[in-house]
Design a protein around this ligand. Structure first.
Ligand SMILES: [Zn+2]
Length: 186
């Protein structure tokens, strides 16, 4: 990320929209907006070394489905630079390793904090767990509303649902049905 370029771009955007950055109220706006984009909204781009802690399964651990719902998703649509906001459901069936439940939420946040499209976000999360945890399978569902649809274009609200299924979640219809049934429960 290049903070100076972001700040320069925000200055031009504000100038183009007729906001007077010499006005004391808006003097700090380019810096404030640039900091929000680089340090908060897109902070995932800075964390290249995010590490997933895993634990080996012991003889008492069963390879059952582990599912976390209502994970907040706040991301930026790269088509329109407007937010999309919703919830994710992440599940996996372990093979040899487990990860802490909060890490499911943490990984969603890591990938959400960058400009992208919801389809890629969903598959990035699934691929990450498949790669790092090597489970029997992974399922990710994201439901989100998009300000680029609500504030522009058709100007209607709607919930976009995307899913990414890997391993046994894709190949085994019983696993897929269990995941979909659990994901529907509140
Ligand atoms: Zn959009």
């Amino acid at each position: 990320m290049d903070y100076n370029k972001v700040k320069e771009g925000i200055s031009l955007l504000l100038e183009g929209l007729g906001v007077d950055c010499n006005d004391p109220h808006f003097k700090e706006s380019p810096e404030r907006v640039a900091r929000a984009w680089t340090d908060e909204l897109c902070i995932g781009l800075k964390e290249e070394t995010f590490h997933l802690t895993t634990f080996p399964m012991t003889s008492g651990d069963q390879p059952n489905m582990i599912i976390l719902q209502h994970i907040p998703v706040k991301s930026i649509c790269a088509h329109h630079l407007l937010p999309f906001i919703g919830e994710a459901t992440v599940a996996y069936i372990p093979q040899k390793s487990l990860c802490g439940l909060s890490k499911l939420s943490r990984v969603v946040d890591f990938f959400a904090r960058r400009p992208q499209v919801q389809e890629h976000l969903t598959s990035d999360i699934a691929q990450y767990f498949q790669h790092k945890l090597n489970p029997q399978g992974v399922g990710v569902i994201i439901k989100a509303s998009h300000l680029c649809m609500e504030m522009r274009g058709v100007k209607h609200s709607g919930l976009m649902t995307t899913s990414a299924l890997l391993g046994c979640f894709l190949k085994n219809s019983t696993v897929r049905a269990e995941f979909m049934a659990l994901a529907r429960l509140q």
